[in-house]
Design a protein around this ligand. Structure first.
Ligand code: 3HC
Length: 405
């Protein structure tokens, strides 16, 4: 659990934070910052979005208060630290750090970046909560690319511990350090992402497994409920299809189509998901998606599992994608990948335990999946043969040592 009242002024001399966009992610980021003592300007384009955000924050703070997790603060004093506004000028003119959390549309984000750069003090840092898109490309819209960085939170922000801190091509090491310190001050776990690749770590690794899962549905090998029940059975808090609904099918589609454009067309969002979106069924936020959310979290029939799908296959394509990231030098320590997955999604085991199986067998299995599904992105990369075991324990130890120095 994040926070809890002991930090009033912070370790990185930030007084004011601005959050642009008060939706699912923006309202959670604003709540988290206020909870940890920061004054937050929360900017959106319509009063009704701001009012909704404030209500959601109040509800969440009430839960924390009931559990005795606010320590010296109370709900009202935390809420007072959040200043809703429709005006960029009010949000930005005294701001040290802005976190952009508007919808995942590159042209929209670019226009917001131009605005931010023109109003913010010269010294301020611009962080984007984009799920997948290029930090470097967004930074071109500003005259401060060394101060532009990715800060990718996970939903629900208040509960998920990881934040990916993404270095754009021109982000300075000072900016990386500043934002990592800021993440620690929020009682979160920053995971540095050293190369600006589409999807960064967690979303990137989940991307090929979503392709496989969608293919399984299209080929009628199993149903979403059966797959989700399989994953719940091994202790995951949500199965992959419930998670898609939870995050939003529109968000999923933006990501998939971005990967299709930037990495390989095989990542494209499938027809059956696009059809749900066209019907206005976006998941939790519209009450309907793959599941019915109209009475709260959908009921997954946990008895309705399937033997047609081996959970290990789904994780195996993630391991192969993880190997690609390690080979490219995207992570500081290879074990960071398991740490990111565990702390961003609540998957307690991570994925690398699979590598304890015979490596030759795993490589052959990946080739069989690629052949059976007719999808080339599942082919094992050569590096997978020789990759040393990425130890999360070693990564945590190295990080702790670095922080002490
Ligand atoms: N504020 C404060 N506390 C809250 C809360 C909130 N908004 N929402 C829930 N809680 C508390 C509840 O009170 C409960 O506490 P308790 O255990 O002490 O009773 C606890 O959190 C769990 O909540 P629920 O009982 O309501 O629900 P679940 O047990 O079903 O947990 C969940 C919900 C935390 C969402 C869990 O299912 C989960 O971890 N799912 C996986 C989420 C995930 O993978 N997120 C990453 C998505 S990817 C992403 O965000 C990237 C982006 O780019 C798209």
């Amino acid at each position: 659990m994040p926070f809890l009242g002991e930090i009033k002024m912070n370790i990185c001399n930030i007084k004011n934070v601005a959050v642009i966009g008060a939706g699912d992610m923006g309202h959670g980021i604003a709540e988290l910052c206020a909870l940890n003592g920061y004054t937050v300007y929360l900017k959106d384009i319509d009063q009704k979005f701001l009012d909704r955000a404030k209500n959601r924050i109040r509800e969440s703070l009430n839960i924390l208060a009931r559990k005795g997790k606010l320590k010296d603060d109370n709900v009202e004093t935390i809420l007072e630290r959040i200043i809703p506004t429709l005006e960029y000028k009010q949000a930005l003119e005294n701001c040290d750090l802005v976190i952009e959390a508007v919808p995942e549309i590159m042209s929209l984000k670019k226009s917001v970046f131009v605005k931010l750069d023109s109003i913010l003090p010269k010294s301020a840092i611009i962080a984007t909560n984009t799920s997948n898109m290029s930090i470097t490309e967004l930074a071109t819209q500003t005259k401060r690319s060394s101060k532009v960085v990715g800060m990718h939170f996970f939903n629900p922000v208040i509960l998920m511990k990881a934040i990916e801190i993404i270095k754009g091509d021109n982000t300075s090491s000072e900016t990386m350090k500043f934002v990592e310190d800021f993440a620690y001050s929020l009682h979160k776990l920053p995971i540095p992402v050293l190369k600006d690749v589409p999807g960064f770590i967690v979303n990137r690794i989940q991307a090929p497994s979503s392709v496989l899962l969608n293919k399984i549905i299209e080929k009628k090998i199993a149903t979403p409920n059966q797959i989700d029940a399989n994953f719940r059975k091994i202790g995951q808090p949500m199965g992959p299809f419930e998670l898609m609904d939870y995050v939003g099918l529109d968000i999923y589609k933006h990501g998939a189509d971005y990967f299709a454009q930037k990495i390989d067309p095989e990542f494209k969002s499938p027809k059956w998901i696009n059809e749900l979106i066209d019907e206005g069924k976006l998941g939790k936020k519209t009450s309907y998606g793959i599941y019915d959310w109209s009475s709260g979290r959908p009921t997954i029939n946990l008895e309705d599992t399937t033997e047609n799908v081996d959970n290990k296959d789904i994780l195996l394509v993630q391991v192969n994608e993880a190997a690609k990231l390690i080979e490219k030098g995207v992570v500081e320590y290879p074990g960071d990948i398991d740490i990111a997955i565990q702390n961003a999604t609540g998957n307690v085991s991570g994925i690398f335990w699979l590598l304890k199986d015979d490596r030759e067998y795993l490589i052959n299995r990946l080739n069989s999946i690629a052949d059976e599904m007719g999808i080339e992105i599942f082919r094992p990369i050569d590096f997978l043969k020789e990759m040393p075991f990425p130890s999360a324990r070693k990564a945590l130890k190295a990080r702790k040592k670095k922080r002490r120095e």
